[in-house]
Design a binder for this molecule. Structure first.
Ligand code: BMA
Length: 340
């Protein structure tokens, strides 16, 4: 029985591997068969990475960033019985507009997938006269209807909370620029109808911790717990050999999630394995989703590795929350309501 409470639907058979022996330097461990998705997974697709999954009809479904052999990323649908072995639909997801007419983005990358009430929402980064957030909804994973783009360019890393808060949809995002953005904090916005967004608040800044000193961005959809919203995000540092992307953890206030209650000064996972250190873009661990079960407190994190692969990491909610609390360092930029 977990010490803390997770408020989420139960998952009967989630992917899992027991904690290995030895020093882990944190509350997470990697699946020993990583990467779970290798190179050239589909005809015309060179790499799948930075992707999001969910339980669906007794199995698992996911939206996957597939970088095609022409270098353009799109989103592909995948199915899995165990959350580890994935089968992909050969055609990229065909988005339509509200009238049912084809409405494809020029490119689409880093999808997140979140269920709010009875609808699944996909958020991704796409061109809207510059890098911005695209969004679509589906109930059956057959028809994917684009909704209005929530934010002006430039913006990336949008992810919805899995329920409305005080009657509004709430979404994290990371305002940015048009390139390999050398800055960035996490913000939050609310919407009553997914058309009009406002009540913008600052959530967290990049920090003085070296591993997240350049920029940060939301990762997996926040997990509701008795301690607050558990957020896995990415933090980036700059080195003489380029950017390094690590996974960080924070806990946001349950009613006012622009307030950070705890924020771990240590990364939870950083590139260490060959598939994280070596690839199209070396030294990237980029979380986009979790599977999590309230009865056991088990959490599986799906993360992109080196812009080339998908990896899985595991941890217990209790241990992750305790580790974040024990190593928490926040400043007033984090803990205040984020309104100026
Ligand atoms: C970011 C995003 C991610 C990518 C990362 C590292 O700007 O584009 O998709 O994983 O860079 O290349």
């Amino acid at each position: 029985m977990p010490k803390y409470r997770m408020i989420a639907p139960k998952i009967d058979k989630m992917p899992w591997q027991d904690k290995p022996q030895g020093n882990l330097n944190g509350p997470l461990w990697r699946y020993d068969q990583n990467p779970v998705i290798g190179r050239n997974p589909l005809p015309g697709v060179a790499r799948i990475f930075n992707s999001a999954v969910m339980p669906y009809e007794g199995a698992f479904i996911g939206v996957f960033r597939g970088e095609q052999t022409n270098g353009v990323s799109y989103i592909y649908l995948g199915h899995s019985k165990d959350g580890v072995k994935w089968e992909f639909e050969p055609e990229k997801i065909q988005f339509v507009d509200e009238a049912g007419k084809p409405f494809m983005p020029i490119y689409a990358y880093d999808p997140r997938l979140v269920k709010v009430e009875d609808t699944y929402y996909i958020m991704w980064c796409q061109d809207f006269y510059g890098a911005a957030i695209g969004m679509a909804k589906t109930k059956d994973f057959k028809t994917f209807t684009r909704v209005e783009n929530p934010f002006l360019p430039f913006n990336r890393n949008a992810v919805l909370f899995p329920r409305k808060i005080h009657g509004n949809f709430v979404m994290l995002s990371r305002p940015s620029d048009s390139g390999h953005t050398p800055f960035g904090d996490i913000f939050l916005s609310e919407s009553p109808d997914l058309k009009f967004w406002g009540l913008h608040r600052h959530v967290m800044s990049r920090s003085s911790n070296w591993w997240e000193s350049l920029k940060i961005g939301g990762g997996a959809a926040p997990i509701e717990t008795s301690e607050g919203w558990l957020l896995f995000y990415h933090g980036v540092t700059n080195t003489c050999n380029g950017y390094v992307y690590s996974i960080g953890g924070a806990i946001l206030d349950i009613d006012k999630p622009s307030k950070v209650k705890y924020r771990c000064e240590n990364y939870l996972l950083t590139p260490e394995q060959w598939y994280e250190e070596r690839g199209f873009v070396p030294n990237v661990t980029f979380p986009c989703a979790t599977l999590h079960d309230p009865d056991t407190g088990r959490i599986a994190i799906y993360y992109g590795a080196a812009d080339s692969y998908v990896g899985l990491a595991f941890g217990y909610m209790d241990e992750i929350i305790d580790y974040i609390k024990d190593h928490s360092k926040t400043d007033w930029n984090d803990t205040d309501i984020g309104r100026r």
